[in-house]
Write a protein that binds this ligand. Structure first.
Ligand SMILES: [Zn+2]
Length: 145
């Protein structure tokens, strides 16, 4: 009986380690945002880039990841103007969500308020930049390149 209990304890500590890693990754993302950097993770084994950042690669199952800055220009592949928003985002309406293609990866996000809607065109080049909200929270938005 005593042996069985020990096995359970070991598994539990293993699970705790996994969770801690995941939380650390998210906190690092916020630290980078505070420095004005929007970061993705890249698998050191196969080179795939993930955004939002992942702690593990679903392609080769490696956990050997490194941070890479989302820099340069992405192409606008699709966007959608939102007339309705989740609770808490209603004051910002209307705004546009979009998908930028950086070649190796794509980033889903929001087009900055200062980009006039009539200037938004599919295929246009945009950059991803850190944005500080009036309430002090951090996110990222797309600006015209
Ligand atoms: Zn990989």
């Amino acid at each position: 009986m005593g042996k069985k209990k020990k096995e359970v304890d070991d598994r539990f500590s293993k699970f705790g380690t996994v969770s801690f890693t995941a939380i650390t990754k998210v906190n690092d993302f916020i630290d980078y945002l505070e420095q004005g950097k929007v970061m993705a993770t890249r698998c050191k084994e196969c080179g795939r880039v993930f955004f939002p950042p992942r702690a593990d690669c679903y392609h080769c199952l490696s956990s050997d990841m490194e941070w890479v800055e989302v820099s340069g220009r992405g192409k606008l592949v699709t966007y959608s103007k939102l007339e309705f928003a989740p609770i808490g985002f209603g004051d910002d309406l209307p705004y546009a969500i979009a998908l930028l293609d950086y070649g190796d990866y794509k980033i889903f996000g929001r087009i900055a308020d200062d980009v006039p809607e009539n200037e938004i065109q599919l295929g246009m080049e945009m950059v991803t930049e850190m944005n500080r909200l009036p309430n002090g929270q951090l996110n990222y938005v797309f600006h015209k390149a």
